[in-house]
Design a protein around this ligand. Structure first.
Ligand SMILES: Cc1ncc(COP(=O)(O)O)c(C=O)c1O
Length: 415
C-alpha cells in the first residue's frame, strides 16, 4: 500500500467525504410542491387559517401508519418531544430519570428542562444502554428510563421493557438518530410508553428542525398533545374551552404547516433512504470484516439497523486516535463517538450547571446527586476506542470504494 496521507502520502480522496444529512440530499420537487401548496393557501398554521392544507395532520397519519402506532403528534424538535414525553408522564421536580451514558447532550438536557435530574446507566458493546445495569442506577426517586438507539443501532428493548416493568419505570424512547430502526421487526419508538423522533438536519429524514411524539397510550398521548399546545386539545374540545378537570398549563411546541409540508414529503422517502444506507453499510462491512485489529460495534438485529452510521472499535485508545487521524487525512471524515467521552462528561452536565436559582432541580434530593468520571466504565472504554463513520444514501459507488480503500490502506499501515 502507498504511504499514508498522514505522513505525506497521496490521500485516497482530494476532497473530504462527508455526506451525512441523508434527508436533505433527497430534497426535491415533492417537498417544494407541498410547500407551495401551503404558501398559495396562505395557511401556515395547523389549527386555523383561510385554507388549511392539513400537512401536519397528514404527516402524523403517515407516521402512525409507517410505525404501526396509535397516536402521533408533530412538534418543533426532538428536545421538545422529550420534554413533552417527560411532562406527559408526570415527571418533574424530585424525580430522577435514567439516561444512557452514550447519547447526545439533548437527552440529558431535556430531563433537566423538565425539572428532573438525569442519572446515567452504562452501555454494553452495542454502545446502547445495558438493560442489566438499569436496576443498579435506580433508586426511590427514579421514575423513568430513556433509551437511545445510537447512530441507527437498535436497543435491546425487549430486555429494557422487562427491567423497567420490574422497577415500575416509564420507558421513553429517544429515537432522534434512528428513525426506521427496529428490533424483531418492531420499530424503535413503539416499544416503550412514548417515543420521540427528530427531524433536525442531521437526521435520516429532515425538515431542518422538527420532531414527533408517538404513543399507544391514550392518556399519555392526550397529556402530550395538551403540553405541546398550552394545555389544550383543540381537536377534541376546540380552543380555550372550559374543561377545567383536564387542562393544565403547557407550552407552545406546535409544528407549523411549512414544516409539516416538508415532513410529509420526506416520510415517503424514508424507506428508500434506509434501503440504500443498508446496502452501503453491508458492502463496506463485507469488504473490511476480515481485517485483523478491526472490530465492529455489535448490532443486535442487522435487519433492524437503520445503517446511518458504521462504528469500528479498536483495542487501544492510541490505535483508535491514530486510525481516526489517518482516515481523516485520507479524506474520510470520522471521529471517536462524541469525541470519545460519555455524555455526563460534557461540562454543563458534569458540573450540574442549570439556569435556575439554587441549582434547581439538582437541589431536590436528600443526598446530593454525584457524577464521577469513571461511573460508566464500559462507555469510558468503548467511546474513545471508536471510529464513527456517517453513512448516507447519497454515497456514489466511488464514495463507497473510497471508504473501503482508505480503511484498508490505513489498517495495513497502523494495525
Ligand atoms: C439522541 C438525541 N436526542 C435528542 C436530540 C435532539 O434533537 P433535536 O435537535 O431535534 O432537538 C438529538 C439530536 O442530535 C439526538 O441525537
Amino acid at each position: 500500500m502507498s504511504k499514508l496521507a498522514l505522513y505525506g502520502g497521496t490521500p485516497v480522496r482530494e476532497d473530504v467525504l462527508y455526506k451525512g444529512w441523508p434527508g436533505i440530499r433527497e430534497y426535491g420537487l415533492e417537498e417544494a410542491e407541498n410547500l407551495i401548496k401551503v404558501i398559495k393557501a396562505r395557511s401556515p398554521f395547523r389549527y386555523y387559517g383561510p385554507d388549511i392544507q392539513n400537512m401536519v395532520k397528514n404527516f402524523e397519519k403517515g407516521m402512525r401508519e409507517r410505525f404501526g402506532v396509535k397516536h402521533a403528534v408533530g412538534v418543533t424538535s426532538c428536545t421538545a418531544s422529550l420534554i413533552i414525553a417527560l411532562k406527559a408522564a408526570g415527571i418533574g421536580p424530585g424525580d430522577k430519570v435514567i439516561v444512557p451514558a452514550c447519547t447526545f447532550l439533548a437527552t440529558a438536557g431535556a430531563v433537566v428542562c423538565a425539572g428532573a435530574v438525569p442519572v446515567f446507566c452504562d452501555v454494553d458493546d452495542t454502545m446502547n444502554i445495558d438493560p442489566k445495569k438499569i436496576k443498579d442506577v435506580a433508586d426511590k426517586y427514579t421514575k423513568a428510563v430513556i433509551t437511545v438507539p445510537l447512530g441507527g443501532f437498535p436497543v435491546q428493548m425487549d430486555e429494557v421493557m422487562v427491567e423497567a416493568k420490574k422497577l415500575g419505570l416509564i420507558v421513553i424512547e429517544d429515537v432522534a438518530q434512528s428513525m426506521g430502526a427496529s428490533l424483531n421487526g418492531k420499530p424503535m419508538g413503539t416499544w416503550g410508553d412514548i417515543g420521540c423522533f427528530s427531524l433536525q438536519m442531521n437526521k435520516i429524514i429532515t425538515t431542518g428542525e422538527g420532531g414527533v411524539v408517538v404513543s399507544n397510550n391514550d392518556e399519555l398521548f392526550e397529556r402530550a398533545v395538551r403540553y405541546h399546545d398550552q394545555g389544550q386539545y383543540r381537536e377534541m374540545e376546540g380552543f380555550l374551552t372550559d374543561c377545567a378537570d383536564r387542562v393544565f398549563i403547557g407550552q407552545n411546541y406546535r409544528m407549523s404547516e411549512l414544516t409539516g409540508a416538508v415532513a410529509l414529503a420526506q416520510l415517503d422517502k424514508l424507506d428508500k433512504i434506509l434501503t440504500r444506507m443498508r446496502q452501503i453499510k453491508k458492502q463496506i462491512k463485507d469488504e473490511i470484516k476480515d481485517i485483523p485489529g478491526i472490530r465492529f460495534k455489535r448490532v443486535i438485529d442487522e435487519e433492524g439497523d437503520a445503517a446511518c452510521s458504521l462504528t469500528l472499535l479498536f483495542d487501544t485508545v492510541e490505535k483508535a486516535d491514530l486510525f481516526n487521524k489517518a482516515l481523516n487525512a485520507e479524506g474520510i471524515a470520522v471521529s471517536a463517538q462524541y469525541g470519545g467521552r460519555p455524555v455526563y462528561m460534557i461540562p454543563q452536565i458534569f458540573h450540574q450547571k442549570t439556569v435556575d436559582r439554587d441549582n434547581f432541580p439538582f437541589n431536590q434530593f436528600d443526598e446530593p446527586v454525584v457524577y464521577t468520571e469513571d461511573m460508566c466504565p464500559c462507555a469510558n472504554y468503548y467511546m474513545p476506542r471508536s471510529c464513527f463513520i456517517s453513512l448516507s444514501a447519497e454515497f456514489e459507488e466511488q464514495d463507497v470504494r473510497d471508504v473501503i480503500t482508505a480503511i484498508k490502506k490505513v489498517a495495513a499501515e497502523i494495525l
